[in-house]
Ligand binder design. Structure first.
Ligand code: C2E
Ligand code: MG
Ligand code: MG
Ligand code: MG
Length: 277
């Protein structure tokens, strides 16, 4: 009986794996047409200045309205888009949307408004038809309207080509944020070698924040270190006023999270935030 059950389990296991692989292939195919089919949207989540409550920045976050599956989470399709290289055209589309949006919001809300855009290492290592600095110049949009969010891994591996690209971003006035700070690598040496503007403290340090917790000690230490190095700090995943209070008391510059607002479609972002900008 045991042997039989074992063999059966094995069969189910491979069948599951096969189905999973097939599902991914289907999803990759759907992903291939999604840009042209207009299934993506860019949502915007406010980044709030903790001392004043003012909002001069927002992060662009892609959303996929799949015709059959409904909303597919970026956590599910971004890794697939990276593996298939589709992140290059998708990322370019998000960036261009964000540029058009920031132009509008600079006119409408605040002349120093900025939109923060995620850029995966795959995008950095791939040649684009038009680089971000080139596109901004072509559109007559000043580089300081965009923040690029990169991960620690990109700077640690630091290939020459990636380095050069980042320097051109800096020259164009684009600001640089390290996303998910604290989760990637233990080495901090890249922090002194690159011109960085923001550290985004990962949500995993914010989630269980409370008085006397080791997470609070880590956040405080990150904030002190960042300020000494001349960076500003953005805390991700702020959901409660306790988290907000503790981070603000620790000198954290900006907060982002459901406490302030979920990511919103642009029309709703304008409606909800018109009063606070
Ligand atoms: P991320 O860049 O770290 O973005 C922050 C994520 O945290 C977003 O998830 C956001 O919706 C979520 N979030 C914000 N506030 C809270 C909160 O208070 N609580 C919790 N639990 N979550 C919160 P989202 O939109 O699902 O995106 C997931 C990841 O997908 C992003 O993480 C980013 O790595 C990637 N991604 C999203 N859009 C793009 C894009 O346009 N290009 C690239 N390359 N990656 C993207
Ligand atoms: Mg991000
Ligand atoms: Mg993040
Ligand atoms: Mg994250």
């Amino acid at each position: 009986v045991a042997k039989y059950a074992g063999r059966n389990r094995f069969n189910y296991f491979t069948k599951d794996m096969q189905e999973a692989a097939q599902a991914r292939m289907h999803l990759a195919n759907d992903l291939r047409i999604a840009v042209a089919a207009g299934q993506f949207r860019v949502y915007y989540q406010p980044i709030v200045e903790m001392s004043s409550g003012q909002i001069y920045k927002a992060e662009a976050l892609i959303r996929w309205q799949h015709p059959v599956r409904g909303m597919v989470s970026p956590a599910e399709f971004i890794p697939l888009a990276e593996e298939t290289g589709l992140i290059v055209p998708i990322g370019e589309w998000v960036f261009r949307q964000a540029v058009q949006q920031v132009v509008q919001w600079r006119r409408k809300f605040h002349r120093s408004f900025q939109i923060s855009v995620n850029k995966s290492p795959v995008q950095f290592r791939h040649a684009e038809s038009l680089s971000w600095p080139e596109y901004l110049e072509q559109q007559h949009v000043s580089g300081d309207s965009i923040i690029v969010e990169i991960t620690e891994g990109l700077l640690l591996d630091a290939e020459v080509e990636v380095n050069k690209k980042l320097l051109r971003f800096r020259d164009a006035g684009i600001q640089v944020a390290i996303d998910d700070f604290g989760t990637g690598y233990s080495s901090l040496s890249y922090l002194k070698e690159f011109d960085i503007d923001y550290l985004k403290i990962d949500q995993s340090f914010v989630r269980n924040l409370g008085p006397g917790t080791s997470d609070l000690a880590l956040c405080e230490a990150i904030i002190v270190m960042a300020h000494k190095l001349g960076f500003k700090v953005i805390a991700e995943g702020v959901e409660t006023s306790t988290q907000h209070e503790l981070l603000a008391a620790a000198g954290c510059d900006y907060g982002q999270g459901y406490l302030y607002s979920r990511p919103l479609p642009p029309e709703e972002f304008e409606r909800q935030l018109a009063g606070k900008l």
